[in-house]
Design a protein around this ligand. Sequence first.
Ligand code: FES
Length: 194
Amino acid sequence: MSVNVEFAPEGQHGVVAEGTYLWDAAKRLGVRLPAECEGRGECDACAVVVKEGATLLSSLTNAERARLSPERLASGQRLACQAKVERAGTLVLQPVPQPEREQTTEETTKDIRTDFRDMTLQQKFATLAELEIIAAAQTFRAISDLSLRALGKGLDAVVGAGRARAHRQRASHRPPEHGGSARKSEGKKTTTTP
Ligand code: FES
């Protein structure tokens, strides 16, 4: 059984066999989808919007759930390297424009490196000084968090010991019929005021 596939907005179309991944279908029809992770489901470069025929495709993979936000999934996006055509029919797909993709950490790092390389020496020094200040502030915050956590633990221990003592005291004051350990006064009569 074959599947009709069309790519919007240019309209490249053709027939592919069931079991074909959308990425391979695109390639066969001359639509170039980027594939930064080479189809391992580790980026979102190959995302496409399924405009028609979503039910012809395989279920969402864990990689798609991890890479595509709920909003993107709700708008019909799939990762072309993960989604496979499982039923015959007509599919209309549209590649997600590059600027809409969320930048990966790798891309961000690459951008920072490129920006840094293109800076003048003066700008590089200024940036390094700024980064040093940020790193120092983060280190200070981390140390403060650690000390506060240690202090909190100490206070918890003191409060816990106090509570245990109070609990023991209360238990010793309870009548034995209620499970307490208070002893009846033996041979001594206590006088109570009315
Ligand atoms: S190519 Fe990276 S997720 Fe498809």
